[in-house]
Ligand binder design. Structure first.
Ligand code: NAD
Length: 337
């Protein structure tokens, strides 16, 4: 890409994306003209990319084969993900079409890890229920008995940057830490021990998911893995919704096999999250059933949402574009053409 002014279309752009991306774009060497669209990239919206050089997308944008094909025909040569996960991109097709794809592999892992701990604390000490009661003038404590995290066994499924940050925090709480990762990092041995997934499931009071969504990890939490967990264990997912088979967790919650669920991500979040549906009849019966449990806390994929992360995301996104424009090797490139 050697044009003088690069045209960049940013999809699923929220006001905070505009703020941080615009600030970084202004400081960026080279001319980039940025167009912000608040709607997602999907088959119906590819036409707005006509004549742009690159698109910038987020977790729920659709970069399946037909979308990539349409982008290519529209003249798009680069896909800049402003997130770490890339399960929504057909990388094989991007490679065939010669489309550059780069992600932001790391942006403040502490932002997500601290949020996972917050979800765990809210769930464990019933803060979501206490908040609503107090606002209603009800100061009764019945039903709000919690447990300490100190002394509990916490299992991490996936021990990368976020899992490690989560482990460091919970080590400070005095938890016993176990981890399952097919590519174990021995630096963890200062904080805890590795286990097989089966051992981890049966030994832990709390399980937190920090692995990517892949064909191997899709529905890693299912009827069978839930049955292997300790009765009453808490499950936290700040990673990707598809790691959990939702119907199975609903059954496990109804039976009391699962003691509580804190999720920032949901399998079918694509059409719901990041939008205001407060006046709508939400058609997703599984999500609505989850919201009826007193021991379920759901947030709308916001674990990353800190000032620190937004600055890092914007900076790395523009650095990836800069590497492409200047012909430098991009260390965040996901497609080696
Ligand atoms: P990372 O690549 O640093 O770590 C992922 C770890 O998972 C690696 O150590 C890898 O070996 C391990 N892993 C791979 N396959 C596995 C399997 N089958 N079982 C167990 N572990 C496996 O990634 P990260 O930066 O720690 O991010 C983890 C995930 O968090 C991302 O993939 C993304 O989906 C999610 N995320 C969510 C948010 C949010 O806002 N909720 C923000 C950022 C990232």
């Amino acid at each position: 890409m050697t044009k003088k002014t690069i045209k960049l279309a940013v999809f699923s752009a929220k006001p905070y994306d505009k703020k941080y991306l615009s600030e970084v774009a202004d400081r960026f060497p080279g001319a980039v003209e940025v167009f912000f669209y608040d709607f997602a990239l999907k088959p119906k919206t590819t036409s707005v990319a006509k004549g742009v050089d690159a698109v910038c997308v987020f977790v729920n944008d659709d970069l399946s084969a037909p979308v990539l094909q349409a982008l290519h025909e529209a003249g798009v040569r680069a896909v800049l993900l402003r997130c770490a996960g890339y399960n929504n991109v057909d990388l094989a097709v991007a490679k065939q079409l010669g489309i550059f794809v780069a992600n932001v592999p790391s942006y403040s892992p502490e932002s997500v890890a601290e949020f996972a701990v917050a979800l765990l604390q809210v769930l464990n000490r019933h803060i979501h229920r206490a908040y609503n009661r107090v606002r209603d003038g009800n100061f009764n404590l019945q039903g709000l008995v919690g447990t300490t995290l100190h002394g509990k066994t916490v299992g991490l499924v996936g021990l990368g940057k976020i899992g490690f940050a989560f482990a460091r925090i919970l080590h400070g709480y005095g938890c016993r830490l176990l981890a399952y990762d097919p590519f174990p990092n021995n630096a963890f041995l200062e904080l805890g021990e590795f286990r097989s997934l089966e051992e981890l499931l049966s030994e832990c009071d709390i399980i937190s998911l920090h692995c990517p969504l892949t064909e191997q990890t899709r529905h890693i939490i299912n009827d069978s893995s839930l049955a292997q967990m300790k009765k009453g264990a808490l499950l936290i997912n700040t990673s990707r919704g598809g790691l959990i088979h939702t119907k199975s967790v609903i059954t496990a919650l109804k039976k009391g096999q699962l003691g509580g669920l804190g999720i920032d991500v949901y399998e079918e979040e694509g059409d719901l999250f990041y939008k205001d549906h407060s006046g709508d009849i939400i058609q997703d019966d599984q999500l609505m059933r989850l919201l009826t449990f007193p021991n379920v806390v759901v947030t709308g994929h916001q674990a990353f949402l800190t000032e620190e992360a937004l600055v890092e995301i914007a900076t790395t996104t523009f650095q990836n574009l800069h590497d492409l424009i200047t012909g430098q090797e991009c260390r965040n490139s996901l497609v080696k053409n």
